[in-house]
Ligand binder design. Structure first.
Ligand SMILES: NC(=O)c1ccc[n+]([C@@H]2O[C@H](COP(=O)([O-])OP(=O)(O)OC[C@H]3O[C@@H](n4cnc5c(N)ncnc54)[C@H](OP(=O)(O)O)[C@@H]3O)[C@@H](O)[C@H]2O)c1
Length: 225
């Protein structure tokens, strides 16, 4: 994986978990300054140590509270749907004026292979409404399986649909997708996040039917980076 030319400080809320942890690891491998956030700072430090061991000399991940993670320049929200809004709203002050990358898929267990979007239409668009215009919420990575993110020897064979109302913020997230080894695409305004969120249940159904850990998507017909 290539090293990024511009170092960005990134805080990953819920980075002790599967998806956030995989993204944190890949961004740290690309040379970004990454802090894993958790409700339990010790748990975050343990996760950071585990990832640093995988990265060897490049390992500079830190662990801390969700509050510390939300103080970074770019913040990622990677917690279960049931905790999405409350977690972000508790950090509203720290998130003001920043890009918040939300990876939430509104899965409703146990039928996670069925599309069950919330009444608002999209979990991420609903979060933008709850946080207000002061936070630039960008939806991304919903279709990327955590199973592949944490294996640095594995190319992430999945494109990233990037939705958001702020085009410059989308462009930044496309750059971060590139740094993590993926092709990101401008996929329209935040309401379009509904399509990415719904697609994840389709991919889970494919995983189950074909017994694979992480089916992905590819956009065709457009020149790739
Ligand atoms: N797993 C995937 O392949 C995948 C793919 C695409 C998108 N996503 C989306 O990414 C998000 C995270 O998924 P995941 O699989 O990484 O989940 P996870 O591992 O189950 O949880 C991620 C982290 O969320 C925090 N968390 C758990 N319950 C919480 C609560 N009630 N309140 C606040 N924080 C809580 C925990 O961190 P602390 O205990 O350290 O606070 C946990 O480590 C979900 O919205 C999911 O839909 C997942």
């Amino acid at each position: 994986m290539a090293t990024s030319t511009v170092k960005i400080s990134i805080g990953v809320i819920g980075g002790s978990g599967h998806e956030g942890g995989g993204l944190a690891l890949r961004w740290a491998a690309a040379g970004h300054d990454v802090i894993i956030g958790s409700r339990d700072a010790d748990k975050a430090q343990q996760a950071a140590q585990t990832f640093n061991a995988l990265l060897g000399a490049r390992g500079a991940l830190r662990g801390g509270s969700n509050l510390e993670a939300a103080a970074q320049d770019i913040v990622v929200l990677a917690v279960p749907f049931a905790a999405q809004q409350a977690t972000a709203l508790a950090l509203r002050e720290q998130l003001a004026g920043k890009i918040l990358i939300d990876v939430t898929v509104p899965l409703v267990p146990p039928k996670v292979s069925r599309v069950q979007l919330p009444p608002a239409g999209s979990a991420v668009a609903a979060l933008q409404r709850a946080l207000g215009e002061g936070v630039k919420v960008v939806s991304a990575f919903q279709n990327v399986s955590a199973a592949h993110l944490k294996d640095l020897a594995h190319d992430v064979d999945c494109d990233v649909l990037v939705c958001g109302d702020d085009i410059a913020a989308r462009e930044t997230v496309i750059g971060l997708a590139r740094d993590a080894g993926m092709q990101g695409w401008h996929a329209g305004t935040l309401v379009n996040s509904a399509a990415a969120e719904a697609l994840t249940s389709v991919l889970i159904a494919i995983n189950q039917r074909y017994k694979v850990p992480g089916a992905g998507i590819r956009i065709t017909g457009v020149p790739r980076d």
